[in-house]
Design a protein around this ligand. Structure first.
Ligand code: FPP
Length: 247
């Protein structure tokens, strides 16, 4: 049984005092989930996508404000064609579906270079971003064709262009100006990263934004990651003493 929930805010009980401003999810373990059952990897991604929808809904119910999901990295294109195509089809289906499922007031933002996607998918992403740009209850960020180093290189190019145009003095480049040129512009830094499946690494996910993040690792595979497990991560986060380099 989940600790806090559910259908409407009136029923939410026992929320920890310090909820993270931004929770980043690394949806890992889909392939292993399928393999354990003797199924093709693509089945694991289907289950992973279903679980994404459930977890997003729960995050909204308990009032999280910013949630991000690592859905596809710049390196994931190296996977077998069939697997990549399945993931693209799941994006087509779920990014539209998840919006309906969340009802109104959720802003959707896609992090990464969208130019490489098929026209129909890219247009869907851009339209969702435009249609939801004014919503304020929750920001749902999905990292697609995303890499943290790639994002920082992209920001550097934007800043260099401003210098070239004569609108920016190099001496005025600060941490804030770099943040302002990332895909996450205007979104608070990640303060809790959740990675299921037993891997203990960040894998190039929001590396700038995770500079002071806390981490929660679990052996559970992403398709099996439940709202109860998220509760545990939030309670754990609530108990951490964050010093940000101080004492
Ligand atoms: C990592 O598991 C997962 C991915 C690279 C893709 C994530 C995609 C989804 C959850 C499906 C589509 C998502 C949405 C939001 C509609 P893995 O394949 O590396 O698993 P493994 O480490 O067990 O092989």
């Amino acid at each position: 049984m989940a600790l806090f929930r559910k259908k409407d805010k009136e029923e939410v009980i026992g929320l920890p005092e310090n909820l993270p401003q931004h929770v980043g999810f690394i949806m890992d373990g889909n392939g292993r989930w399928a393999k354990k059952r003797g199924l093709p990897r693509t089945f694991g991604h289907r289950e992973g996508a279903k679980n994404f929808k459930k977890i997003v809904r729960y995050c909204k119910d308990i009032g999280l404000k910013n949630i991000s999901f690592y859905a596809f990295s710049t390196e994931n294109w190296q996977r077998p064609k069939e697997e990549v195509e399945t993931i693209m089809d799941l994006f087509r289906e779920y990014i539209v579906d998840v919006r309906k499922h969340l009802s109104e007031n959720t802003r959707m933002i896609f992090l990464g270079d969208k130019s490489v996607f098929d026209d129909d998918l890219r247009e869907k992403m851009i339209k969702l971003e435009q249609d939801t740009a004014h919503y304020t209850e929750m920001n749902l960020l999905m990292a697609v064709n995303y890499g943290g180093r790639d994002e920082i290189a992209h920001a550097a190019r934007l800043l260099a262009q401003q210098v070239k145009d004569g609108t920016l003095d190099p001496a005025d480049i600060t941490e804030d100006s770099i943040s302002e040129n990332l895909y996450t512009k205007g979104i608070p830094d990640v303060d809790l990263v959740i990675r299921p499946s037993g891997e203990l690494r960040l894998s190039n996910y929001l590396i700038w934004q995770c500079a002071y993040a806390e981490y929660y690792f679990t052996d559970i595979l992403w398709p099996d990651f439940t709202s109860e497990e998220l509760d545990k991560a939030l309670i754990d986060f609530d108990g951490r003493h964050r010093r940000f380099g101080g004492v």
